[in-house]
Design a protein around this ligand. Structure first.
Ligand code: DAT
Ligand code: MG
Length: 137
């Protein structure tokens, strides 16, 4: 049974020229890129995408960061890809994300109110279905 997840290469990843490197890691792992687009997020998309974080201190900085430039959205497919992409991405804070992961190898803390950590990956099948709808309709 194949599974689908929503991956975002956040504006920091695009701005730093890491789109190819991040997609390379996804493909090298053996997952399939089923959909791929570059877009600039809207407030409405981000309010839906990050609804679980509304009211947290980093919410507005997070939304402003996600609005700061183009991002790449992808639907990635494969058996256990939700768990597998989160493993490739590494933990939320780039400072402590394990070396070998996208965030651990390519990210750092820039001393800002939001952690700029290069990628988003859905955290459950329910989130994946909801988020794919937000970004791909
Ligand atoms: P993840 O992206 O690892 O699923 P999350 O869903 O908890 O993490 O948070 C969404 C994004 O918000 C995360 O990628 C970076 C930012 N963020 C989370 N916690 C933060 C914090 N304590 N301080 C600053 N930014 C944070
Ligand atoms: Mg999350």
């Amino acid at each position: 049974m194949s599974e689908r997840t929503l991956v975002l290469i956040k504006p920091d990843g695009v701005q730093r020229g890491l789109t190819g490197e991040i997609l390379r890691r996804i493909e090298a792992k053996g997952y399939t890129i089923a959909e791929l687009t570059m877009t600039t997020a809207t407030e409405q998309q981000l309010a839906a995408h990050y609804a679980e974080h509304e009211g947290k201190p980093f919410y507005r900085p997070l939304v402003d960061f996600m609005l700061s430039g183009p991002l790449v959205a992808a639907v990635v497919e494969g058996n256990r890809v939700i768990e597998g992409f989160r493993s490739l991405a590494g933990s939320t804070e780039p400072t402590t994300a394990a070396p070998g992961t996208i965030r651990g190898d390519l990210g750092r803390d820039w001393g800002e109110q939001v952690q700029k950590n290069l990628v988003h990956g859905s955290d459950s099948p329910e989130s994946a279905a909801r988020e794919i709808e937000i970004w791909f309709g």
